[in-house]
Design a protein around this ligand. Structure first.
Ligand code: C5P
Length: 223
C-alpha cells in the first residue's frame, strides 16, 4: 500500500514550518522538518571544526550525525544533535547560513535522502523543505509550494526572534533572507522551485489558520 505524503516547499519565512506542523496535527500524520536535518549537519560540522571546503568530511558528517526529534506533545519538538539539546541553536541565522552552505553540496543532499524518505510511515507524512515535492518525494499525492513577499517573511522572522528576546535589525534580516533565497534558488543541485504538479499558495497577508484550511482542502478524503 502507498503511504500518503503531502509536501510543503517554499523559501525561508514562508510559514512552512508553522503550517506544516498544524496540517500534520490535524491529519494525525507524521511531520518531517527537512531543514532541521540540514541545520543539524551544519551545526555538527561546526562543533567538529570541519573545514567547510572539506566536502568529504561534510558528507561523513551528514551520514554520522545523530538527529532525534523529541515529540512529547509540544508543538515545537526538542531536537537532539549527537545527544545534545540543540533546539535553540538550530534556529539561529548562523546555523541557517551553515545549513544553506552544506545544502549546496550534492553528496551531502544524497547522504540525507534516505533518512528523509524513512519518515514516510503510516498513516502519512507531511514533509516541509525546499525539494520535498521535486526530489525527495516526487510521487507525493499532494504538493504545495508556499510563497510570501520577502518583506513579509523578514517581518515574520523579526517577530519570532523578538518574542524570543533576540535583538535583531529588520533590514539586516531582509538582506539575509534575500541572500539565502538567491543561494537556494541558484544552486545547481535541487534549486528551490515549485514541482510542476504543486499548488502554489501566496501567504502574504493571509492568517495561518486560513492557509492551513486551504492546504487541508487539497487532501482527498480517500487518503
Ligand atoms: O527551512 P530552513 O530554513 O530550516 O532550512 C535551512 C537551509 O537548509 C535552507 O536555507 C536550505 O539551504 C537548506 N535546505 C535544503 N533543502 C531542504 C531543506 C532545507 O536545501 N529540503
Amino acid at each position: 500500500p502507498v503511504i500518503p505524503a503531502l509536501t510543503i516547499d517554499g523559501p525561508s519565512g514562508s510559514g512552512k514550518g508553522t503550517i506544516s506542523r498544524a496540517v500534520a496535527g490535524r491529519l494525525g500524520w507524521h511531520y518531517l522538518d527537512s531543514g532541521a536535518l540540514y541545520r543539524a549537519v551544519g551545526l555538527a560540522a561546526g562543533w567538529a571544526d570541519i573545514d567547510f571546503s572539506d566536502h568529504g568530511a561534510l558528507v561523513r558528517c551528514a551520514f554520522d550525525t545523530a538527529i532525534v526529534f523529541e515529540t512529547a506533545g509540544t508543538d515545537e519538538p526538542r531536537v537532539l544533535v549527537n545527544g545534545t539539546d540543540a533546539t535553540a541553536e538550530l534556529r539561529t541565522e548562523t546555523t541557517g547560513a551553515a545549513a544553506s552552505a552544506i545544502a549546496a553540496i550534492p553528496e551531502v543532499r544524497t547522504a540525507l535522502r534516505d533518512r528523509q524518505r524513512a519518515f514516510r510511515q503510516p498513516p502519512g507524512l507531511v514533509a516541509d523543505g525546499r525539494d520535498m515535492g521535486t526530489v525527495i518525494f516526487p510521487d507525493a499525492q499532494i504538493k504545495v509550494f508556499l510563497t510570501a513577499s520577502a518583506e513579509e517573511r523578514a517581518g515574520r522572522r523579526y517577530k519570532q526572534l523578538s518574542e524570543k528576546g533576540v535583538s535583531v535589525m529588520l533590514d539586516g534580516l531582509l538582506r539575509e533572507i534575500l541572500a539565502r533565497d538567491a543561494r537556494d534558488a541558484q544552486r545547481a543541485v535541487a534549486p528551490l522551485k515549485p514541482a510542476d504538479d504543486a499548488v502554489v499558495i501566496d501567504t502574504t497577508g493571509t492568517p495561518v489558520d486560513a492557509v492551513v484550511e486551504r492546504v487541508l482542502d487539497l487532501v482527498p478524503a480517500s487518503l
